[in-house]
Design a protein around this ligand. Sequence first.
Ligand SMILES: NC(=O)c1ccc[n+]([C@@H]2O[C@H](COP(=O)([O-])OP(=O)(O)OC[C@H]3O[C@@H](n4cnc5c(N)ncnc54)[C@H](OP(=O)(O)O)[C@@H]3O)[C@@H](O)[C@H]2O)c1
Length: 245
Amino acid sequence: MDIEGRRVLITGASRGLGRTLAFAFAEGGAREVFAGARKAEDIEKLSSAAQAINAPITPIKLDVTSAEDIHAVAALGCIDILVNNAGVAGYGNPLQMNFESASAEMSVNYFGALRMARALAPAMVEQGQGMIVNVATAFAKVNLPLVGTYCASKAALLSLGQALRAYLGDKGVHVMTVMPTTIDTDMSSGADVPKMTKEFVAGEILRHIRAETIDPPIGAEAQGILDGLLNDPVAMEKMIGQIRV
Ligand SMILES: NC(=O)c1ccc[n+]([C@@H]2O[C@H](COP(=O)([O-])OP(=O)(O)OC[C@H]3O[C@@H](n4cnc5c(N)ncnc54)[C@H](OP(=O)(O)O)[C@@H]3O)[C@@H](O)[C@H]2O)c1
């Protein structure tokens, strides 16, 4: 799908990858980019940054756990590309970590994306085209126990993407779940590992949107994980399973 002329909505665009994606879509020629943010101050900051460079970005109040916010989004008219980017990540041993943190991962990373798809897919189906892009991780395919419950929520998201594809694919709506590894954002600030830049990841996501890829790994490390899983899934799980608290 071309980016030019499209109406795009990105959840979790206050900072990190979502914010970078909003400006990348605008630069790529999108007609209108709705950038979801939860806080009034972030909406204001996005507004002034967009106005400063004349980018067609409209910040909107959007908490993906809020039925009211999502209802309002459905009234925006047909969105061509929905990017389910909003995400939260807890940390630690699933048996001991804060349960609310694990529950929030499912609410935002999984149910948030499902709610957004339910709100926006009907109009895409009606116009006979559209795209839903879910931002997961390569560790949705093989669990990284350091962030084990987070990976489980992203595995649920990846699986949901397959279900949505089954229902929407023959109606002109392409569903894609992208799978990066670590990106240099607030979410990974505590991780001392090599990180991809937000700009690189956003560029790759736009490239895959144009190519209408199915569930692409993003970056060489993610590609290596998928290759390793094809080659020897047990060995790969054992290796990644060493990375724990
Ligand atoms: N960073 C990585 O290493 C990495 C790797 C693979 C995949 N990802 C995924 O990439 C996506 C973007 O993450 P990031 O790295 O940019 O993280 P980030 O800097 O922590 O940003 C997370 C974004 O999600 C928003 N958000 C959180 N809860 C929300 C809710 N209930 N409703 C709406 N928005 C909400 C945050 O808004 P507030 O500012 O209001 O909190 C923020 O805009 C996430 O899905 C993440 O899981 C990240």
